[in-house]
Design a protein around this ligand. Structure first.
Ligand code: OF8
Length: 121
């Protein structure tokens, strides 16, 4: 990455940012936008060992933390799994996590994404 200026984006970053902005739009109630705090979710940090949220994922894209699409998907699944571990199945958060994960995986496996070769290296 030495030869790229800080501002220039790699093909992978452009792909991940394309997918991420769609995922962000699916989180209409902004439940996943920011880290969950113990203030809003008592005992959260005792239950969830690896917290994840959409803003952290956005920062990871910008900082080249992901070197592949599967690594990005792993964090998306971690974020949703955390919500389905901490929250009971009858809660809005559990249901929103399940819905977000399914919607996001549909985007990523959508033939449109596959049929545009420059998006999927
Ligand atoms: C994602 C998640 O588990 C979550 C997000 C939230 C949340 C996020 C933003 C605004 C309000 N609540 C939340 N509140 C209580 C228990 C769990 N949560």
């Amino acid at each position: 990455l030495g030869r790229l200026k800080k501002s220039e984006k790699t093909a992978l970053q452009r792909l991940l940012e394309y997918v991420h902005q769609i995922v962000e739009k699916k989180d209409t109630q902004q439940f996943f936008a920011w880290p969950v705090t113990d203030q809003i979710a008592p005992g959260y940090s005792l239950v969830i060992s690896r917290p994840m949220d959409l803003n952290s994922m956005k920062r990871n894209i910008e900082n080249h933390v992901y070197s592949s699409l599967p690594q990005y998907i792993d964090d998306l699944q971690l974020m949703c799994r955390n919500a389905m571990v901490y929250n009971r199945p009858d809660t809005v958060y559990y249901k929103a996590a399940k819905k977000l994960l399914h919607a996001a995986l549909k985007i990523i496996t959508r033939d449109k994404l596959r049929s545009t070769p420059q998006l999927l290296p």
